[in-house]
Design a protein around this ligand. Sequence first.
Ligand SMILES: [Zn+2]
Length: 324
Amino acid sequence: MTSPGSGTDTAPALPDYAPVPQSAYGPALNDQGYYVGRVERNLYWVTDGSYQSAFLTTKDGVVLFDAPPSIGGNIRRAVDEIASANGVSNKVTHLVYSHHHADHAGASSLFDKNVIRIGHEETKRLLLRDNDPARPVPEETFADRRTLKIGGERIELAWRGPNHSPDNIYIHFPDHDTLMLIDIVNPGWAPISMSNLSEDIPGYVAAPAIALDYPWKHFIGGHVGRLGTRDDLTLHQQYMADIDASVRKALVSVDPTPFFQKYGDNPWAAVGALFDAWTDAGAGPVIEKYNGVLAAADVYTRSTVFWVMESIRLDLGFASYVHP
Ligand SMILES: [Zn+2]
């Protein structure tokens, strides 16, 4: 912010954070700001360093998985680049939505009206609700499971309950040793705000175990500049388990009494300060343990701890106070 007249920069001093481990980064981007690489055989992934999309080249055309607007027109360029290098069709025939969120689907409308869009039935319901021209509703939907056979390739779609969003699905490529599951695990990095802005925390916490039940070697998580491994999911599970344990400890060790004594006539002030104290007590040991292990643990752990704490209180009823 610049104050009028003086031209002086009055922005508050921005905090410094722990260095990001080199292993958290992926391959360098090209001049157009994207990287496209082979996951396995004819399955490819595209990243702009923050978001990920994927596509299969088949004998009948290209099947696209998600269309993040931040990659936008570079999805088309990446498909064209790979198709021309391999002498296969660059015609996008299908687009599979992982879930309805605009940050993963908002470039859907860049593709032809003739593209067949496929998604969970809840994705369709939510997209009808949101009425966003950038995200046309899927013509083809499914409830629990659906096997796609397109151009000789097999893709297994499954909905296993709400997690990050009510409609987020598992996309398994059994013949490519790959699982795509968006917005649950950011390989090498801590989740962003409030567990990757997840709506259902018990579902979010349970999702990596469901993912690990599938056979695969390569993980497409939808975010960050690299693919994931099974070890990345295990590390994320450990991080979330440590948060759970630390939050439970904080909830029973920070005494609420002084907060209500101080702010007797303003219960919101008491609750606000108490939530902050619980969050700080829960986050401290986790940040210390994961600094240098998960990138940005010091940036976002506090936010995730707050949201997991509220789920442990409200969904699970832990440390619930019943007036005698
Ligand atoms: Zn999302």
